[in-house]
Structures are given as C-alpha cells and as structure tokens.
Design a protein around this ligand. Structure first.
Ligand code: IMP
Length: 194
C-alpha cells in the first residue's frame, strides 16, 4: 500500500488518537516531535481560522511535508462570540481552565441568552495550497459546573439535544458530536475523494 505521510501540528497524543481513528490506514501520521519540528508554532493571527492556517503553513515552510493543524474556541452569543480565539486564556495567563470557567459564568450572570457553540477550524496544507474545514457544535452554557470528564469549558457546555454537560457525557458521545469531530469528518470526506 502506498503510504501518505501527514504531519499533525500538535504534540497532544489525544488529538493524534482522535485523527488516527478517522483517517484511512494508508496515512502515516507524525506528530511535531516525530517530524522534527521543535519550535513553537505561531498563533498570532487573532482568529481561529487564521491560527490554524498559520500553524499548518509554518510546518510546510519548515519541512515541506503535508500537514494538518487545528484551532478551536468557545463562542458565546451574549458575549458577541467571545472568548473565541482567546478561549485558552480568557481569564489571563497562564492558562487555567477552572479560572476561565468562573470568569465565563461571571460574565453571563443575570443575562438571558446562554447560547454558545464550540468551533474548530482544521487547516490542511498540501504542496503549499491551503484547504480549511470548519466544525461546530451548538449548545448552552449551564449555570453551574457539572461533571469531571473532558477539559476546558466542558463542565459548563450542554450540547443541543442532551441534558448533560460535555464533562458528564461519555467521551465516546462527546467525540462523536464535537466541533473537532465534525471538522475531522469533512476533512476525511475530502481526503478520501482526492
Ligand atoms: P485548542 O485550539 O484545541 O487548543 O482549543 C483552545 C481552547 O478552547 C482550549 O484551551 C479550551 O479552553 C477551549 N476548547 C477547545 N475545544 C474544547 C472542548 O472540546 N471542550 C472544552 N473546551 C474546549
């Protein structure tokens, strides 16, 4: 079988496992370390899509291999789409998921509209050409934290069609309906057609 090498612009083993499950076996996946990329990739564009593209293009520039990079965030209606690209550092540096959640709940205090979505943009660079795939999952921000699974804002995000937060739902459920899963499905469909 002809193997296609694809670099994933991450050193997060969970992301590698997630993408391994959805791509055909003919793809050999390398994380950044395995690809020999040691520098911190730039994430300075100010948007989720811009950051995904920036990271994937930087890998292409450095090592000339096809690459996939993703960037995600939580977008809350009442906050005009914030924290968005700043989701990891909503409550400041260094990143602290617990503080971010408390900060978010404070901001929504007294408001009526708690609708929100997670959004992922996945950027794929092949021969210097960029393709992007967007995945979202809609839901609401709960009044209090629930559950211990997942990461980030999972304890306060209740996806549409469910009563439980992402942190209470089994990982398989979250991983089948999540923003990242939806972006990955589009990427998968694109890649198997080419
Ligand atoms: P990243 O681009 O995947 O690193 O995501 C940036 C930030 O968005 C994370 O640090 C989290 O705060 C938030 N985030 C992204 N995806 C999720 C998720 O699936 N659950 C909860 N929070 C998330």
């Amino acid at each position: 079988m002809h193997m296609i090498r694809l670099v994933l612009a991450t050193n997060n083993p969970h992301k590698v496992t997630e993408i391994r499950k959805i791509l055909p076996e003919s793809f050999e996946l390398l994380d950044l370390r395995q690809a020999g990329v040691t520098e911190d990739l730039p994430e300075t564009s100010g948007t989720i899509e811009g950051n995904a593209i920036q990271k994937a293009l930087r890998v292409w520039e450095l090592i000339g291999m096809q690459c996939v990079a993703d960037d995600s965030g939580l977008e809350v209606e009442m906050l005009g789409g914030k924290p968005g690209v700043d989701s990891a550092h909503f409550a400041g540096h260094p990143r602290n998921d617990g503080r971010n959640i408390i900060y978010l709940l404070d901001q929504l205090e007294g408001g009526q509209n708690r609708r929100a979505r997670f959004r992922t943009v996945l950027a794929y660079v092949q021969n210097g050409e960029v393709f992007t795939f967007e995945g979202t999952v809609q839901g609401v921000i709960s009044n209090a934290q629930r559950g211990t699974g997942g990461f980030g804002y999972d304890p306060v995000f209740v996806p549409d069609g469910y009563e439980k937060s992402f942190a209470e739902l089994p990982a398989e459920v979250k991983n089948s309906i999540s923003h990242r899963a939806n972006a990955l499905k589009l990427f998968h469909d694109f890649i198997v057609k080419r």
